[in-house]
Design a protein around this ligand. Structure first.
Ligand code: F6P
Length: 362
């Protein structure tokens, strides 16, 4: 009997459980056994953290947020933070142990569900250790070029849009400027999609370094239409011209990316100083990653999971499943991890935003 293992790595995204559901069902129907590795690669590092996943275990999880396997973004087996006897944290390469356990358990394939970081690790296992790997893209940021969309994004955008809808009434009551910082790392997709849909006056994205004069001019111009409030959406990775992207530091030991944040507050303070208007800022943060996946994300995640098992059956390893139009395709992992998807600055969304009077700060 064939045995496969599935892991979920990196920041969680609504739809992860739907992928697990589809993998367990699609594999079980082929007579395969499925195991889940807890907290990314932790189950492959310590087999006590491996769990057998049956159809009973995944009943009713499709509609739930988070991941039943847990996740981590500081669990790279090639550079793992490990505590030594003296209690100091050292970075060690424990990838051989992972591979040994993978073979010892008799797994013939690892389905790695993750973002760019996790997929890069999966590819490294395929190339350097000979692990049979299939990648499933997961990111609320929608920043993987190789797939038209990733699950979690639609839910994150819906949450952000709902928040913007709610902010209109309080902003209007107080004649205030509300500045909302949203996630997305170096891509402005969440800001763009929610900002356009949620009636923002200003949307600031990483792809267009902004000019505060233009932002304030838009807020002042609102008065011409007897609108005394404004909604400003700022992507966490956006930056003013001649300024750096704002970060909150390195974060936890073992994670490869800096934690972004702070730009929303900075923009709010600048607006207050320059226009004299009452201004408030808020960070939507992890609310965007929580909750039940939308119908769109569930369906996409289920299709990704079922396709991943199909690719495993075809032994199409070291590939990632991806959405292309109406189809599911397989993209070599090496290609998939290369390019980040950015909002095209001359694309339809940017044009639409400008045409309906939204200021993009540049
Ligand atoms: O990549 C997904 C994401 O939610 C980004 O939008 C955000 O910058 C980051 O993860 C936050 O990571 P953490 O959960 O570690 O704070």
């Amino acid at each position: 009997m064939k045995k496969i293992v599935i892991s979920t790595g990196g920041g969680d995204a609504p739809g992860l459980n739907a992928v697990i559901y589809a993998v367990v069902h699609a594999a079980s129907s082929r007579g395969w056994e499925v195991y889940g590795s807890r907290q990314g690669y932790m189950g492959l590092l310590d087999t006590d953290e491996l769990v057998r996943l049956t159809i009973k275990d995944v009943a009713e999880i499709t509609s739930t947020g988070g991941t039943i396997l847990g996740s981590t973004n500081k669990g790279n087996p090639f550079a793992m933070p490990v505590e030594n006897i003296a209690g100091d944290i050292q970075i060690r390469d424990v990838s051989d142990r992972v591979m040994k356990n993978f073979l010892r358990m008799g797994f013939f394939c690892h389905i790695a569900v993750g973002g760019d970081g996790s997929l890069e690790i999966a590819h490294k296992f395929a190339v350097e250790k000979g692990m049979n790997v299939i990648g499933v893209p997961k990111t609320i940021d929608n920043d993987l070029e190789a797939t038209q969309l990733s699950f979690g994004f639609d839910t994150a955008v819906s949450t952000a849009t709902e928040a913007l809808d709610k902010l209109h009434s309080t902003a209007k009551s107080h004649d205030r400027v509300m500045v909302v910082e949203v996630m997305g790392r170096d891509s402005g997709w969440i800001a763009m999609n929610s900002g356009i849909s949620g009636g923002a006056d200003v949307i600031l994205i990483p792809e267009i370094p902004f000019d505060m004069d233009l932002v304030c001019q838009k807020i002042n111009d609102n008065q011409l239409h007897e609108k005394h409030y404004a909604i400003v959406v700022v992507a966490e990775g956006a930056r003013a011209k001649d300024h750096e992207v704002m970060t909150k530091g390195d974060g936890e030991i073992g994670r490869s990316e800096k934690i972004l944040g702070g730009i929303g507050r900075w923009v709010a303070e600048e607006i207050c100083q320059r226009t004299g208007k009452d201004t408030r800022s808020l960070v939507l943060g992890h609310l965007q990653r929580g909750g039940s996946p939308t119908t769109f994300d569930r369906l996409l995640a289920l299709r990704f999971g079922a396709t991943a098992v199909r690719l495993a059956e075809e032994e199409n390893f070291d590939h990632m499943v991806a959405l292309s139009g109406e189809d599911m395709i397989a993209v070599p992992l090496e290609q998939a991890i290369k390019c980040r998807k950015k909002v095209p600055i001359d694309g339809d969304k940017v044009l639409t935003a400008r045409e309906i009077g939204i200021c993009l700060g540049g």
